[in-house]
Design a protein around this ligand. Sequence first.
Ligand code: DCT
Ligand code: MG
Length: 509
Amino acid sequence: MDSLQVAHLGPRKKRPRQTGASMASPPHDIKFRDLVLFILEKKMGTTRRAFLMELARRKGFRVENELSDSVTHIVAENNSGSEVLEWLQVQNVKASPQLELVDVSWLTECMRAGKPVEMTGKHQLVVRRGFSSSPSPEPQETPPLALKISPYSCQRRTTLNNCNHRFTDAFDILAENCEFRENEGSFVTYMRAASVLKSLPFTIVSMKDTEGIPCLGDEAKSIIEEIIEDGESSEVKAVLNDERYQSFKLFTSVFGVGLKTAEKWFRMGFRTLSKIRSDETLKFTRMQKAGFLYYEDLVSCVTRAEAEAVGVLVKEAVWAFLPDAFVTMTGGFRRGKKIGHDVDFLITSPGCTEEEEQQLLPKVINLWERKGLLLYYDLVESTFEKFKLPSRKVDALDHFQKCFLILKLHHQRVDGGKCSQQEGKTWKAIRVDLVMCPYDRRAFALLGWTGSRQFERDLRRYATHERKMILDNHALYDKTKRTFLEAESEEEIFAHLGLDYIDPWERNA
Ligand code: DCT
Ligand code: MG
């Protein structure tokens, strides 16, 4: 249970607190200092070059963005040595005798070995002089290495450094509009387009840059083209001005209001929240009443400092009843996000009985109620069954016991009370989700509750279509072997699926 222990801050073994800074993607250490690589874009293309550069750097190679005197190896693809020399001449660079001109096959072999491999004749680019009789180089076969961008986001690393905001914002809006119109097909198309662009290590500046990128159909490409040429998409503009989109966006911003209620209010002719709030014929659920009551607090996002303060509250309460429990902040904050719409926690205990497990959340709620911190709660009892096969649906809800809450967070508990802004009101209402899971399922629950939703959907899709396995928040089932695959950590689940491990801060798909 190694990785989980690091992630969980157990009461007994105190470990250094994970801060926002440590979540950032680490700079790459250079392991092989004798080599300085430059990868030629000519005939290779921007996308593939950027990926090779990123991959090589991740493996510890020094790769330069620009050609300079320090470069020792020029790596090229589909170029002969003469072509590379010609290119160097155009750049006004004189190739020193030490400079190696190598084929990309050398680099891909290095990537596979994780270190520089010996350079042999087949790697060296041949320079043909005039009409010499030396044979032209054999056409190089590119090894089947996974250097291409995967159509599954669980095979991509997506940090929060999105350098294609102008495109991904557009696709996010179009996807949301499809969601409001319950157009599942287009929703998925736009979500996948947004997601693949979020993973790119470079900014798209021309249509040439989109070559070889999966999940971009003709429709998505025409939107990208329009944004490149006109600075905006007419389709996105139309959505933003659409009355239905605006109303749905507004109505669903209220806690407890889903698509059905939004639809109903829109059809009834409502366009503002104040009209809805003051209408005496409308009936609201308990959730919606709380949603309106704490609306201002809930729409202003939760900051990391607030999330950490809630984390302290949760741990204090949980440890009062189960001192050996692990409490992990999951959701967007575990992925390194600085703000969120709620704070999600996973709770699990190695030593407790089933009854103690079932009693914990009710006890925690009861404690907060007595302290006057509970503004709203909805406890959902567990429907978890040990031997049930995982769900095949990519968006299925899980069966763990959970509690959706609105907590009263006093300003003084945040950052030592430094920013108690508002006069009068001394607290802020915060949405909190608590999930309680059996200890042997903690890795699956943690993976599922860390998100992002797109990452989870692709993990399940990948398991089903590429591995004949079924994955959900509770378990992983191998259909070929007809067995459940157990896991003590997220790393083990990725390994079962034959996937490279992707850290939480790289799951912002
Ligand atoms: N999740 C899940 N089952 C649910 C709800 C959520 O498995 N019933 C997963 C998907 C993502 C993760 O838990 C956290 O969900 P959210 O809080 O909705 O998303 P988030 O990524 O934390 O984003 P936000 O910052 O908006 O809270
Ligand atoms: Mg969340």
